[in-house]
Design a protein around this ligand. Structure first.
Ligand code: PAF
Length: 283
């Protein structure tokens, strides 16, 4: 049975019972509009814990003034139906007032210098401050043993890991693999903004990521790899925010340096902004 919980007192009572019974708790934070990527996180965390809580909260503090907070897809009934099917024990659906009891303007602010300021952070100032704020709140509310985040939001995962380490928050972070459609398009709630034709063209992002991986593995210099990806995305009709080749901590690799890499792309088709990434290694 999936419990729909909207009050903190109700959540605390449930968690207290689970803890008294010695059960391990997992948290999958989401903004709802759940898709196969979220359900895959639920299945992965289920292997490590006895009870799974999925939070559904469209967090206003991580959206910029001109971003899609107002029209972000909200589908609570379908989400809960999906969670029932997954056998998830609790859907935690707090109000804005519960999440930010003193109001958004008065809320504690969190900023992780460096990693929050590059790539997504440079284009969406304050975005990761909002993510850190809400994730910290969720971790305090649920106090999970394990919390799962998707690798699709690669930088978000890196920021959260750093925050958890820096603040010594006692939680294990589980990184869920990217779930792709058959044509390579990474699953995302924002895919539904795409027309059928744009959806097909959006696969160009995955193809460019594969091109970046192949070129880097063949020895091409990082800046050339990035320029080539930008050219191919431009020809495919994308507006490009970045195509970047980085080390796992998102720093820039030295010329000729081997080791693990991640290629990251943020690009726009019409009004829809898509992000994706691909991890690989250079020997
Ligand atoms: O990845 C998301 O859906 C959100 O950024 C998160 C982690 C749930 C915080 O609002």
């Amino acid at each position: 049975m999936t419990e729909n919980i909207t009050e903190l007192s109700q959540l605390r009572r449930l968690l207290e019972v689970w803890r008294r019974d010695g059960l391990r708790v997992g948290l999958v934070p989401t903004m709802g509009n759940l898709h196969a990527g979220h359900f895959s996180l639920v299945r992965q965390i289920r292997e490590r814990v006895d009870r799974v809580v999925v939070s559904i909260f469209v967090n206003p503090t991580q959206f910029g003034a001109h971003e899609d907070f107002g029209c972000y897809p909200r589908t609570p009934e379908a989400d809960v139906a999906g969670l029932v099917q997954q056998g998830c024990e609790a859907a935690w659906m707090p109000s804005i007032e519960t999440m930010y009891p003193f109001g958004i303007e008065q809320a504690v602010r969190m900023h992780l210098p460096g990693i929050s300021d590059i790539l997504e952070g440079a284009l969406r100032p304050g975005h990761f401050d909002g993510v850190c704020s809400v994730v910290t709140r969720l971790l305090h509310q649920v106090r999970p043993d394990v919390a799962a985040f998707g690798r699709k939001d690669y930088q978000q995962l890196a920021v959260i890991r750093r925050m958890v380490d820096d603040m010594a928050i006692p939680v294990e972070i589980l990184a869920g693999d990217i779930v792709r459609e058959d044509n390579g398009l990474a699953m995302s709630s924002r895919n539904q903004y795409l027309s059928a034709e744009e959806r097909e063209r959006a696969t160009g992002i995955f193809h460019s990521l594969c091109g970046m991986r192949d070129a880097a593995m063949a020895g091409m210099d990082s800046t050339e790899v990035e320029s080539a990806a930008q050219r191919s995305l431009h020809h495919a009709g994308f507006g490009i925010d970045y195509a970047a080749l980085r080390k796992p901590d998102l720093t820039v690799p030295e010329a000729g340096e081997s080791g693990p890499r991640v290629a990251l792309i943020a690009a726009r088709l019409g009004n829809t902004r898509l992000i994706d990434n691909l991890e690989f290694s250079i020997c």
